[in-house]
Design a protein around this ligand. Sequence first.
Ligand SMILES: Cc1cc2nc3c(=O)[nH]c(=O)nc-3n(C[C@H](O)[C@H](O)[C@H](O)COP(=O)(O)OP(=O)(O)OC[C@H]3O[C@@H](n4cnc5c(N)ncnc54)[C@H](O)[C@@H]3O)c2cc1C
Length: 196
Amino acid sequence: MRSVSSIADAVADAATTFSGQFLEPTDAGYEEARRVHNGLVDKRPALIARCCGVADVVDAVNLTRKLGLEVAVRGGGHNVAGRATVDGGLVIDLTLMKGIHVDPKNRTVRAQGGVTWAELNRETQLHGLAVTGGVVSSTGIAGLTLGGGVGWLVVRPPVLAFATGHGRLAAMAVVGAAGVGILCLYLVVFAMSPIE
Ligand SMILES: Cc1cc2nc3c(=O)[nH]c(=O)nc-3n(C[C@H](O)[C@H](O)[C@H](O)COP(=O)(O)OP(=O)(O)OC[C@H]3O[C@@H](n4cnc5c(N)ncnc54)[C@H](O)[C@@H]3O)c2cc1C
């Protein structure tokens, strides 16, 4: 395990460009930020990197490389096994990344990895559009898109341009970190159908 001082030094270094927030165990907000949906999960990361944008995600990925820490990526934090967090490692926390852009003409929506289904649905409903998503609205769009699949519109025929097997994900952009073996999705493009 890395010493506290090496983490503190690396964080101080990264903080010169990082626009989000780094949380170490002694920081205010750490206890709340380390919690995930399943209250039985009680992991204590060495560092939580609360990213505000893609450049922050890149910084966080570089930090895990530099420190040699295990990494977890957090979307909505709903994974029952607590895969969004890691004991003694670095959590790349996307919950502050709430960008949503609806393109009603092309019936697509782009969203960042911290968005929940409630937040996505709110924006698409303004245009009378909907995408198949989760049943529980506090679930993250990222984890569900990567591994879930059951939503309110699941009985409807898929309307997507790209066959993905999920019938909703049209494209995704990734920030890769081969050295530490993670892929970090930061942008999802969904195709939508009209709400009838
Ligand atoms: C109360 C509840 C309701 C649910 N309802 C539904 C439902 O209606 N339909 C359904 O299909 N499933 C449902 N699920 C299951 C849910 O889809 C999965 O648990 C899903 O993984 C949660 O996504 P998240 O982003 O909230 O979770 P997280 O715990 O944040 O992420 C889940 C996994 O994906 C990884 N991950 C998250 N974001 C990224 C990213 N940007 N890049 C790379 N990896 C990432 C995490 O590291 C983790 O391994 C539900 C789960 C719960 C607890």
